[in-house]
Design a protein around this ligand. Structure first.
Ligand SMILES: [Zn+2]
Ligand SMILES: [Zn+2]
Length: 181
């Protein structure tokens, strides 16, 4: 049985965590929400006003067993060496997503709480997909398609395409969407 550990990093809106918990529960077997951990000071790049993603990821507590996954959720904007920004990152059995660029306000637009939530769900499923062994997918509607911009995030769905779905099933990750989705 796979447990996804939802790990807020620093101050994260509890409503967002509760939403992600519910959405994950509709797909994964079990979800555990942990107390927030501190934003790792060593990840901060004050000149860029961002955090270095790999350091944030490495500072995340590992899940208790190798089949489980930890998903960190952070407000701060992230980057890695070769990219100006990233929506999220995954390595081994840990993943993180940043909420900063998922808000319409970041792009100079009026707030859209529902769009914000759906974007977070897509990025969460995407990076958990990596944890469960999936590479990027060519299908632009598949949640495993790489997003380089918020437009690409909006274009893809939150679902895994049939091929990615089968790969997950073959590797023993059992998924089920609720019927009303
Ligand atoms: Zn990816
Ligand atoms: Zn796919």
């Amino acid at each position: 049985m796979i447990t996804v550990i939802l790990q807020p990093i620093g101050a994260v809106d509890p409503e967002m965590i509760a939403y992600l918990e519910e959405e994950m529960e509709s797909v994964y077997v079990a979800v555990e929400v942990r107390q927030a951990v501190k934003v790792p000071a060593e990840a901060s790049d004050p000149e860029r006003g961002q955090l270095e993603g790999t350091s944030v990821l490495m500072a995340l507590p590992s899940p208790d067993t190798s089949i489980d996954a930890t998903l960190g959720v952070i407000e701060e904007d992230l980057f890695v060496a070769e990219l100006n920004f990233i929506f999220g990152l995954a390595y081994g059995n840990r993943a993180i997503i940043s909420l900063r660029r998922l808000r319409q306000e970041f792009h100079g637009l009026s707030p859209d709480p529902e769009l914000f939530r759906v974007r977070a769900k897509k990025e969460a499923f995407h990076d958990l997909g990596h944890v469960f062994g999936l590479p990027h997918c060519e299908d632009r509607r598949c949640v495993m398609c790489f997003s380089n911009s918020i437009f690409e995030t909006d274009f893809k769905s939150f679902r895994f395409c049939e091929r990615c779905w089968e790969t997950l099933e073959d590797s023993g990750v059992v998924l089920s969407y609720r019927i009303d989705d």
